[in-house]
Design a protein. Structure first.
Ligand SMILES: [Mg+2]
Length: 338
């Protein structure tokens, strides 16, 4: 829910530079959700793909309970093929996945809206090949991997969350800067859900990252984010030092910085995370995921929760991730095990 709100806040300014944002929304930039003609704040590909990550994890959970064994990335890959279908794109050689669209998530009509989906995700998924860390599908380090993995942290403990976050991002992003930040994101969420303080969760995720190969760029930028957050610099002046968030490590570093600086104020943190030259909806979404997990649902302004698109579906999926698996007809229909 936090991620969806941050995503929706950033969407109107995703492709605008800061001076344009200020010209349009005032000196403080955009400070509240923009509602469409139906009175809802639109979510984008970041939240749409996050919901399919959740669906894939839940179907993997059903499969584990059915078969006793399950390769999680493959089941989530199939969920991403269903996401690709919502964007009206076919996946070469995988037609059988969408011929029989079961489960409830692919039937949510609003998910079929196209909100500037990332090119790496579209091209990797339409290729019919599934990327892995060992066999990279491309050399992309865009933020399309890191922005979609928050549900991993709601399901797994920190080590497992880090590894799974990386694996799910590597389906579409083959460069370490594309998948390692996803491990960090999932790991932070997992630590927070277990009750860790925010600073400790960040450090813990960085310790996990340190054990992975080719971590230098991501680790350096996260260190910089943590150091900047300890300074008393005006945040707007510090933020640009972390980049613009179009690539994975910049996106996670910006989100970590904004979360640390305003850790008890969801509103201020996500406003900081979207008012810059870069990829506002993704940095808003990741910041919202982190602080949503840290502060809980009550920490997210009620009027924002009320107006975010697909709010009921988001809550249902989050609750189901907490349950994990239920041996009932309803569950099997919602999350078939393949
Ligand atoms: Mg987006």
């Amino acid at each position: 829910m936090g991620g969806a709100v941050g995503d929706a806040l950033g969407w109107p300014v995703e492709f605008r530079r800061l001076d344009e944002i200020k010209k349009r929304y005032g000196e403080q930039g955009i400070e509240t959700l923009v509602l469409n003609e139906t009175g809802m704040a639109e979510i984008t590909d970041d939240t749409q793909m996050t919901l399919f990550t959740a669906e894939g994890l839940l179907r993997a959970s059903t499969r584990s309970n059915l078969k006793g064994i399950c390769h999680i990335p493959t089941v989530v890959y199939h969920a991403y093929i269903r996401w690709l279908h919502t964007q009206s794109i076919k996946c070469k050689g995988r037609e059988e996945i969408i011929e029989n669209l079961d489960g409830w998530v692919s039937k949510i009509k609003a998910l079929y809206a196209r909100r500037a989906p990332g090119s790496s995700c579209l091209s990797a998924l339409s290729s019919g090949e599934m990327g892995t860390i060992e066999e990279p599908i491309n050399n992309s380090k865009g933020c399309g991997g890191v922005m979609r993995v928050a549900p991993v942290g709601l399901m797994f403990s920190k080590k497992h969350a880090f590894k799974t976050g990386c694996e799910l991002a590597a389906i579409t992003h083959g460069h370490p800067g594309g998948y390692l930040p996803a491990g960090v994101h999932a790991c932070i969420i997992s630590c927070l859900i277990e009750g860790m303080e925010l600073e400790d969760a960040v450090i813990s995720a960085m310790q996990e990252l340190a054990a992975y190969p080719r971590n230098r760029e991501c680790l350096d930028l996260l260190n910089k984010a943590v150091e900047l957050a300890k300074d008393n610099n005006p945040p707007e002046n510090a933020l640009w030092q972390l980049g613009e968030g179009w690539v994975g490590e910049e996106a996670i570093a910006i989100a970590v910085y904004c979360s640390l600086v305003y850790k008890n104020d969801f509103r201020k943190a996500v406003c900081l995370a979207v008012n810059h030259n870069g990829d506002s909806d993704s940095t808003g979404a990741i910041t919202g995921n982190i602080l949503g997990a840290y502060l809980g649902i009550e920490g997210i302004p009620a009027e924002w929760r009320e107006h975010v698109e697909l709010k009921d579906e988001i809550i249902t999926l989050a609750n189901d991730l907490l349950i994990g698996f239920e041996d009932s007809d309803n569950w099997w229909n919602k999350y078939p095990g393949w």
